[in-house]
Design a binder for this molecule. Structure first.
Ligand code: MG
Length: 205
């Protein structure tokens, strides 16, 4: 099982971190050991002093494929949830400065939290592009996203990834975070919603 992540997929988020808006999807990966299933404790890692949440819609791949055309991409996933791409921002800033890979900032154990899955059927881009999601920290809304604001939509992401990597049943795709990323500390409670459904609940320990 592989975990793909899209970076800088919302204009306002790319800008809040001082990055250019990409002209093709920015893709990185996390290993299987990064997956944090619902209702599993999450511990603040020792190697960072600046842990950030990045709330993202996550797709669950339901079909094996390679070189998937955009027009068929919606048949390759059958589940969606909200997840958190936890990031050691101080570590990432150092790595970026040196031009080094991001894994130590983003791919560590339990850095890919996912909520409860919602089954979905293949849907046209128009429907994909109207989905709201929210992250609350200690009952205050800190991130609000809508899929219409994605630079690359689900189908474009899947088509692009599949040009480089086989997609396999059970792979996950974190589709990028909207603006509003920020720090969390021990004791913070993070709640993630798609529309009105609370799918993710996590306390930083
Ligand atoms: Mg992210």
């Amino acid at each position: 099982m592989k975990i793909f992540c899209v970076g800088r997929n919302y204009v306002a988020h790319a800008k809040e971190l001082g990055n250019d808006v990409p002209d093709e999807p920015v893709i990185f990966m996390k290993p299987k050991s990064a997956l944090l299933q619902p209702h599993t404790p999450f511990y603040y890692p020792e190697f960072t002093n600046e842990l950030h949440y990045e709330a993202e819609l996550v797709l669950r791949v339901s079909k094996n494929g390679k070189y998937i055309p955009e027009k068929h991409a919606c048949k390759y996933y059958n589940g969606i949830t909200i997840g958190i791409d936890f990031t050691a921002r101080d570590v990432q800033d150092e790595l970026k400065k040196k031009g080094l890979p991001w894994e130590k900032a983003k791919a560590w154990d339990n850095s890919a939290a996912v909520g409860k899955w919602v089954d979905i059927k293949p849907e046209p881009v128009s429907k994909q592009a109207d989905r709201n999601f929210y992250l609350f920290k200690n009952n205050e809304m800190v991130q609000q996203g809508n899929t219409s604001l994605m630079i690359f939509n689900f189908d474009q992401i899947i088509a692009h990834i599949s040009n480089y990597f086989s997609l396999n049943i059970g792979d996950l795709i974190f589709t990028g975070t909207p603006a509003g990323v920020g720090e969390c500390v021990v004791g913070d409670e993070l709640h993630g919603y798609i529309e009105k459904d609370k799918l993710l609940e996590l306390t930083v320990k």
